[in-house]
Design a protein around this ligand. Structure first.
Ligand SMILES: Cc1cc2nc3c(=O)[nH]c(=O)nc-3n(C[C@H](O)[C@H](O)[C@H](O)COP(=O)(O)OP(=O)(O)OC[C@H]3O[C@@H](n4cnc5c(N)ncnc54)[C@H](O)[C@@H]3O)c2cc1C
Length: 499
């Protein structure tokens, strides 16, 4: 494989402007535009459903270079690209796609990395259908949107697997000040990367033994292989960020200790790892657990390789998962891969209200997962040894919209029914990790125990302390967490420059 150092600082911007003019000229020729409109979206190659339901290998196989270039040709290069405004970190989508079209993949990746330090991850897990792709102007022409997410992952994967190197825009002048980032999820990693680029000495403190947050302990390998995640984290380290694992801020050291050790500003990105339960009878039975515990055992502690790895996980014939988000999809598909013959999702609203990514629901159905909508457990039933043997569920109907804007589920009287299950995984939401944030005196918290932060600067009620991601929003998304990290980095820089 050849090393391909093609980007010098400043060159990309020059090339980008020049190319933009060329592309616009080409577009004026309507033959090309018509062709773009006529072509169909390339489907993502996948492992066959029956095969993948029995392994933890990645489901999506990625575009070839030829497919990616053809897909990139579908981009209309609109004057007012809605895709960019639909992206929470405002990636320059038309430019990176045009680079793929012209076969300059390292430049495409450099464009992505200007605003997104984790493109191989976002290309895999972002809900593009409600963000960038939703605003693609091809939709107005009655066509499927450009596969922006698939192209994003392609650029990152292609450069990596072809051993190309992207020279990053030079880091800012060394500032000298030390900044502490607490938590190594997407919020913390993004804040750290941006601050390192601005020239600060950044240390990320992570309580677990591996960095990555939910990307490591929550999202399974069949959606996000660890090798991909590790390479993205290595890239952030290459910017000069130090990551200290097994360091629980609040226990190993307090924020005051870190401040005394010379850290001038803090970003708290401690996530929302505290699972919610429904408080229905039987939740303490063996076999009822939170999705957080179940997925951590499998993903972080590698229980799917038990006994090669020490951590066990229940392997059952009948599994029930409660919830309708990405977490529920990951849990139920994991149960299936661990050998469940019957894996069923029970969700209290209807399919339309499911917050999970459309692709995850489609994949789950193809793999044989069953969905039971408008149902919720009212109690869990145990055997005489305290082990789960079933659930009593109740049917629901949709009433008036609640505070979330979604129609409120209302119980149907007398509709209870019982099903058998030896495992019930509860995936109904989570709230912010309380350990650190509850002990910081004067830190203003919201109703759900979340940190209150200014939506523009991510500043908290305490000077020099910023926060973002799920610790502020409750359970949200990777890209929203990254956007918070990015805004906080900018604000921290402004604060320290003033001092
Ligand atoms: C199973 C699952 C699947 C998901 N799927 C998707 C998806 O497909 N697409 C999507 O966009 N979003 C998805 N999400 C949501 C997304 O992963 C989160 O919104 C995102 O990870 C939040 O990032 P964060 O950096 O705020 O927190 P996290 O990723 O939770 O990271 C927080 C980190 O802080 C560490 N920490 C906590 N307290 C301390 C402390 N006191 N000291 C040191 N370290 C500490 C934690 O150990 C953790 O590593 C999913 C979530 C889950 C649980």
């Amino acid at each position: 494989m050849s090393k391909d150092n093609i980007l010098e600082p400043g060159l990309k911007e020059k090339l980008s402007r020049q190319r933009e003019q060329e592309w616009r000229k080409a577009l004026r020729r309507d033959v090309s535009a018509r062709k773009r409109l006529e072509s169909r979206r390339h489907k993502m190659p996948e492992q066959p459903a029956a095969q993948r339901a029995a392994n933890f290998l990645e489901v999506n196989q990625g575009y070839s270079l030829e497919m990616a270039r053809e897909e990139a040709q579908r981009c209309l290069d609109c004057g007012d690209p809605g895709c960019v405004s639909g992206c929470p970190v405002a990636i320059d989508i038309p430019t990176f796609i045009k680079y793929i079209e012209s076969g300059e993949i390292a430049l495409a990746l450099a464009t992505l990395r200007e605003t997104n330090g984790l493109p191989a991850i976002c290309g895999r897990v972002c809900p593009q259908e409600v963000q960038c792709e939703k605003n693609c102007n091809l939709i107005k022409a009655g066509k499927e949107p450009v596969a922006i997410g698939h192209l994003e992952r392609f650029a990152a994967d292609y450069v990596r697997s072809n051993d190309q190197t992207v020279i990053e825009s030079a880091c800012g002048q060394a500032q000298g000040e030390k900044i502490a980032v607490v938590g190594s999820g997407p919020a913390g990693l993004t804040a750290a990367a941006d601050l390192a680029r601005l020239g600060y000495q950044v240390t990320v403190f992570e309580g677990l033994h591996l960095p990555g947050g939910v990307l490591t302990y929550g999202i399974p390998e069949f959606r996000l292989p660890r090798s991909i995640l590790n390479q993205e984290i290595d890239f952030i380290r290459s910017l000069g960020v130090e990551i200290k694992t097994n360091f629980l801020v609040g226990r190993t050291a307090t924020l005051t200790d870190l401040s005394q050790a010379g850290y001038r500003a803090f970003f708290i990105g401690t996530g929302a790892g505290l699972p919610s339960f429904m408080n229905v009878p039987g939740e303490n039975l063996l076999g009822v657990c939170s999705a957080n515990e179940y997925l951590t055992r499998v993903n972080l502690m590698k229980a799917f390789k038990f006994p090669e790895y020490d951590t066990p996980v229940p392997v059952v014939k009948k599994a029930a998962v409660i919830g309708g988000g990405n977490v529920a999809m990951d849990a139920v598909r994991t149960a299936l891969r661990l050998g469940a013959k019957e894996a069923v999702v029970y969700y209290r609203r209807s399919r339309v209200e499911m917050p999970a990514r459309v692709e995850e629901v489609k994949h789950a159905e193809e793999e044989g997962i069953r969905f039971n909508f408008l149902t919720a457990p009212v109690r869990y039933v145990g055997d005489d040894r305290g082990r789960l043997k079933g659930l009593v569920l109740q049917r629901l109907t949709l009433g008036e919209p609640d505070a979330s804007g979604r129609r409120r589920p209302v119980p149907v009287p007398g509709s209870e029914f019982e099903v058998e299950a030896e495992l019930a995984v509860v995936a109904i939401g989570q709230s912010p990790n309380p350990l650190l944030i509850r002990q910081v005196e004067g830190l203003k918290l919201g109703r759900w125990g979340n940190i209150e932060a200014d939506p523009v600067t991510m500043a908290t009620s305490l000077e020099g302390i910023y926060a973002g991601g799920d610790a502020v929003r409750g359970g949200a998304t990777v890209i929203l967490a990254m956007g918070d990290g990015r805004r906080a980095a900018r604000a921290i820089d402004q604060l320290l420059r003033k001092c």
